[in-house]
Design a protein around this ligand. Structure first.
Ligand code: ADP
Ligand code: MG
Length: 348
């Protein structure tokens, strides 16, 4: 399927999403209980009285984390959160995880214990069980792959493809902080490597650094929506930056959108540090990634109810596909959106 004697296509040219599309084009699901295969935050399996949700995410040392500034307990916690976030993004409830590890000889028993401490804490907070996994040695640093299982129902599930024209686009929490936190950690690491006598200075950057090292999947948002009886018409978690996730929702739903720049939630510390680093806070929110917030759309008729939710921001609305995707600034000027999320295969 992928081999051709006369040509060689570099994966970097395709990008991560291009490659996934290519893989997906050769797959047809045959079991009638497969409701959703590739293409959403989770795969969906019909279990009769409920829908089962399955998602997996891999974190690699040197690509997704740097052990010189990422405490193992936090890493364990984060590796669970990134998976739970995908279950919540389907309007589901996580129930179980399995954990597979590739361990290099730099990792001691004590290090593994710390990693699991973080995972246990995550499981406890979100009421899930760790039920298995796999362990291997690794020649290329620490590898953590977690698969999460969850459940929802046919009535409650939110896919990426359900957004309708005039639906209101909502984002939870605030955006861009994890990206700015990473810039600070990288800066301090460089300073330390050049002069090990200088201790890292993270003063005033507690929030952004915590957002990078210890994200929290938004179970509370899913619970609050449930309490109000709101089922989002579409939903995705914000792992690759707001722009990339808007593209996923609009592509899947065959729609466009208008996002109002001044409505994008950006924390004051994030904005201040971004400016100190000569980075545009809006771009950090649009293209940064690793926020693990939820991006979802609701019907206009749910707006009054949704206003009762704290920490939910109404950032724009869905349009027809022909109108495209655009960011509207304070002076009503529209800029077409560009998806520039993290794209591991391009090495960004
Ligand atoms: P997320 O950012 O929510 O974790 P991804 O962008 O990683 O989602 O994946 C998008 C979709 O592609 C998902 O349905 C996922 O299961 C699928 N996918 C990703 N990588 C592969 C792969 N190597 N083989 C098959 N499906 C894949
Ligand atoms: Mg996701």
């Amino acid at each position: 399927m992928f081999e051709n004697a006369n040509s060689r296509t570099e994966l970097g040219e395709m990008g991560e999403f291009g490659l996934i599309r290519h893989i997906s084009s050769s797959i047809t699901c045959k079991n009638p209980d497969t409701i959703k295969g590739i293409g959403d935050d989770c795969a969906v399996i019909n279990r009769g009285d409920h829908y089962e949700l399955v998602t997996t995410d891999m974190l690699l040392e040197g690509i997704h984390f740097d052990l010189s500034y990422c405490p193992l307990k936090h890493l364990g916690y984060k590796s669970v959160m990134v998976n739970l976030s995908d279950i919540y993004a389907m309007n589901g409830k996580p129930t179980h995880i399995v954990v597979s590890l590739g361990l290099s000889n730099r990792i001691s028993l004590e290090a593994v214990e710390e990693l699991y401490e973080g995972m246990h804490l995550a499981c406890e907070r979100h009421g899930i069980d760790l039920i298995g996994g796999d362990t291997s040695s690794s020649l290329s640093g620490l590898v953590i792959n977690i698969t999460a299982i969850g459940k929802t129902t046919e009535k409650r599930i939110s896919y990426r493809n359900g957004a309708q024209v005039n639906d209101i686009i909502c984002a939870s929490g605030d955006l861009g902080a994890a990206f700015i936190g990473l810039q600070i950690l990288d800066r301090e690491k460089k300073i330390f490597l050049e002069n090990p006598k200088i201790q890292p200075d993270l003063t005033g950057a507690d929030y952004v650094v915590e957002r990078q090292l210890k994200p929290e999947a938004r179970k509370d948002v899913i619970d609050a929506l449930d309490n109000l009886g709101i089922i989002p018409t579409s939903m995705i978690d914000i792992s690759d930056g707001l722009a990339s996730e808007l593209f996923h929702i609009c592509d899947s739903s065959a729609k466009g959108c208008r996002i109002y720049e001044e409505k994008i939630p950006i924390d004051v510390e994030t904005a201040r540090i971004a400016e100190e680093l000569n980075l545009n806070p809006t771009l950090a929110a649009m293209n940064g990634g690793e926020d693990y917030e939820l991006l979802f759309t609701i019907r206009q008729s749910d707006y009054e109810k949704a206003r009762e939710l704290s920490g939910i921001h109404f950032i724009g609305h869905i349009t027809s596909a022909e109108a495209g995707l655009a960011l509207v600034d304070k002076s009503d000027h529209e800029t077409p959106l560009k998806a520039q999320g993290w794209d591991g295969l391009r090495g960004t």
